[in-house]
Every structure is written in structure tokens, then in C-alpha cells.
Design a protein around this ligand. Structure first.
Ligand code: DGY
Length: 423
């Protein structure tokens, strides 16, 4: 095991730059990504708390004045990534993208606090937590202006599961202008069979251009964006993050009432996304007023939100057991017998370690036997196949980037979660 642990640490350390860490060492993602950074910080916390702290501090440094923490921070301006800093043309102290990503930071910080006695770094953490509070308030104000209890994403990139079939219907409504010009770089670095299609990129770019045309103005964009979806997985993460944030705020004697009120609203509302008739969760496309039913593994992030409804939780767990039961490796990002499932293409089928990790965390206090099975399978998959970005649920073959930071980080976390002293 020690070999694997050392290799995981090596992945992180070799992707490390000054104050932040790349998602991978190849040319695919040459910047700092928001939720990658959260997972990466957790991995570092097991052997070098300072690096975890640096990762989080750098992210907060890139926070916009309105509170948004961007999905990408461009520290290195000289890369072939598309869309790069000059295309987005925005940012506060650091060049950035103009959208956000799943808000996992509060969850990660809470986990770090649960494991270690944080003493001398307390003041630095307090500053970060204040930044995270501002971020959550931004979500509530601008991504749920009607105060419904559920927040919207305005671009598929915000979900992190970019080309999931969850977005197919909404994306089909985005009209691509005839004169659209851009040059993607990702499919020159990774086999195009494993990446989103050109038509997906045409639409990503169209939505992005439209956001830019509106000066990324959050007051306007909830209504104006070409894409506006309430996603179960994203809202589950936000709900869990709000719960963890409240605990952190209390630890630091900071005010938590706005967040607590929002949690009650979300708890009531998120269960409404469960469709009793089909025994499944649905997403709501607010732009096109349409309910979307796709068997995505991200719907099971609801377990991570720790709902108090035990009966519903049990139903969800029963469904989860059926999600990938036919496959050797789990969890496939889309149920493998669904017509939209694709074995190799990014978020349309492959197994992702962060999804397994999130679901494992959500199951620990509900079905420990199943949770441990997931943990063991996930650790073994990485040990057998390596620190890949994603994997086939049929053969375990790795796809996308190699030396993928969050795979290494979460592998370390699964192994060390119960060890209280730092290595
Ligand atoms: C990419 O470049 O593929 C990212 O997922 C966008 O955030």
C-alpha cells in the first residue's frame, strides 16, 4: 500500500505550482479549477496542511467582488487552453472565467477541521471561511433570486459534469450563430473519443459569449442566460455545504442565520425534485420550463445532503444499488443500460472518483456496509488502473488525463480518513 500512497502524493506534488495545483500535469487543464482545488486541498491535508491552506487561500484570492468564486483561475497566461483568460476577459485580482463550479469548499474545510486540531492556522482559516460565506450569499442572492430554496446553474461547465446527457435537451435549444469562430485545444491533447463533441463546444462557446456580452452581470443573467437549470446534484452539494458552513461559522462566532434559513427552505424544496411516479429524481430546466429525467449518478449526491427523510433515503439507496449492478466497476456516471450511455465519453458514462467519493460520504451514516463496499472498490480501481481522470465501468480502462490530481487526493482521503495524526 505504501507504494500507492507515495505515488498519490507524487501526483499532487508534481502537479503543484506556486500556491495552487493543476488538475493534471499534461496540457489539458493548465490552470486552477475551483472544485478540483477543493478536492486537492483535502488530499494535501493528509500530509502537508500548509499546501492545503495555500490551495484554498489562492482560490479565495481570485474571488470576485460580488462574492463569486470563478470556476477557473488563470495564473499562467501563456497556454493553449481554450477558452483562456483573454477570451473570458474578466476576473478580480486574478484573471478568471466568468462562471462558477460546485461549491464544495465549506465541506472540505469542515472535513479538515474534523480531522485535525487546527491551532496556529486558525486566523487564516477564518479569513477563508468568511470568503466562503460571501460565496454562498452570492449563490442565494443571484442564483435563486426568487428565494425558492434551489439555485440554478447558467452554463453546463458550472456543474463540472460538462457534457452529461442531463443537459442535452436544454443544449438543443441553444442556437449556434453562423459566424461562431473559436479553436478548441482539448481534443488535440486527449483522444477526441473521450471528450465532448464539437457541437457541444459550439454551444458552450455560444452560452459563454452571451454571458460575456452581458458583462457577466449577475443581476441580469438569471433571466437572460441561454441556459438555466436547477440540478439535483449541484443543489445537494450546496445544501451539504451550507450545513457544514453553519458549523464552521459557529466555531468562529460568525453569524449564520441567513444560511440556516436558506437550509430549511432547501430541505423542503429539494425533495420536490423526487418524482414518486417514476421513483427517480428530476432536474428542472427553468429556461425552457421542462422537467428532465436522466439516470445520472449525480442525483445520488442527495445522500450527501443528509436529508432527514429516512424512508426516502432508503428508497434512494435501493435505486443506487441498481444503478451499476451489471457492471464490474462502479459507479458509471450514467446508468449503463440507458440509451444515452457512452462507455468512454467524459461525463456520458465513465466512472469518476469524485462521484464515488461524494456518494461514499453520503452513505457512511446510512448504510455502512454498502459504503465500505464502494470505498474498497474505488481504492482497488485506482490501484489496478492508475490515477486516471475517468474509467470504463466495463473494463476499468482509464481515459482522459493521467496523473489526475483529484483521483490521487480522494484516493488518499479514502485511505486516511480515519487516521487522525498527520503523516
Ligand atoms: C474543460 O475544459 O473541459 C473543463 O471541464 C471546463 O471547465
Amino acid at each position: 500500500m505504501n507504494n500507492f500512497i507515495n505515488s498519490a502524493k507524487k501526483v499532487l506534488l508534481s502537479n503543484k505550482k506556486n500556491g495552487y495545483t493543476l488538475p493534471t500535469n499534461n496540457k489539458l487543464y493548465p490552470a486552477q479549477w475551483n472544485w478540483d482545488s477543493g478536492f486537492i486541498a483535502l488530499g494535501y491535508s493528509h500530509f502537508k496542511l500548509k499546501y492545503a491552506l495555500d490551495e484554498l487561500k489562492t482560490l479565495i484570492k481570485g474571488q470576485w467582488r460580488d462574492g463569486m468564486i470563478p470556476h477557473i483561475l488563470f495564473h499562467d497566461l501563456n497556454t493553449n487552453y481554450y477558452p483562456n483568460h483573454s477570451v473570458w476577459a474578466c476576473g478580480n485580482k486574478i484573471h478568471s472565467s466568468g462562471i462558477t463550479q460546485p461549491p464544495i469548499l465549506a465541506i472540505i474545510i469542515k472535513l479538515i477541521f474534523d480531522k485535525y486540531k487546527i491551532k496556529k492556522e486558525k486566523a487564516e482559516f477564518k479569513k477563508i471561511i468568511k470568503g466562503v460565506l460571501k460565496y454562498h450569499k452570492w449563490f442565494i442572492k443571484f442564483r435563486d433570486p426568487n428565494n425558492s430554496g434551489l439555485v440554478s446553474i447558467l452554463h453546463p461547465w458550472e456543474s463540472g459534469y460538462d457534457n452529461s446527457p442531463l443537459w442535452d435537451y436544454s443544449m438543443s435549444k441553444v442556437k449556434i450563430p453562423k459566424n461562431l469562430k473559436y479553436k478548441r485545444g482539448d481534443n488535440k491533447v486527449v483522444n477526441p473519443e473521450y471528450r465532448p463533441l464539437d457541437i457541444d463546444y459550439d454551444r458552450y462557446v455560444t452560452i459563454k459569449n452571451h454571458l460575456k456580452k452581458n458583462n457577466y452581470n449577475p443581476n441580469k443573467l438569471f433571466k437572460a442566460s441561454l441556459f438555466n437549470v436547477v440540478d439535483v446534484g449541484f443543489n445537494s452539494i450546496f445544501l451539504r455545504a451550507n450545513k457544514d458552513l453553519v458549523k464552521l461559522l459557529k466555531m468562529f462566532d460568525l453569524k449564520s442565520n441567513e444560511i440556516e434559513t436558506y437550509i430549511s427552505r432547501s430541505e423542503k424544496k429539494i425533495v420536490k425534485l423526487y418524482n414518486k411516479k417514476n421513483n427517480s429524481f428530476i432536474n428542472i430546466d427553468l429556461k425552457n420550463k421542462k422537467k428532465i429525467t436522466i439516470p445520472s449518478i449525480t442525483h445520488y449526491f442527495i445522500l450527501f445532503a443528509d436529508l432527514r427523510d429516512k424512508k426516502l433515503n432508503n428508497k434512494i439507496i435501493k435505486n443506487l444499488k441498481k444503478h451499476s449492478n451489471k457492471e464490474k466497476y462502479f459507479f458509471s456516471s450514467i446508468k449503463s443500460d440507458h440509451r444515452k450511455f457512452e462507455e468512454k465519453r467524459y461525463w456520458r458514462g465513465p466512472v469518476w472518483i469524485n462521484c464515488n467519493w461524494i456518494i461514499y460520504q453520503g452513505l457512511k451514516n446510512k448504510d455502512i456496509k454498502f459504503a465500505n463496499q464502494i470505498k474498497k472498490k474505488t481504492i482497488n480501481l485506482v490501484k489496478q488502473k492508475g490515477f486516471n481522470e475517468y474509467f470504463s465501468c466495463k473494463t476499468g480502462k482509464g481515459f482522459g488525463a493521467t496523473n489526475f490530481s483529484w483521483t490521487a487526493s480522494l484516493f488518499l482521503d479514502l485511505i486516511f480518513e480515519n487516521k487522525y495524526e498527520q503523516l
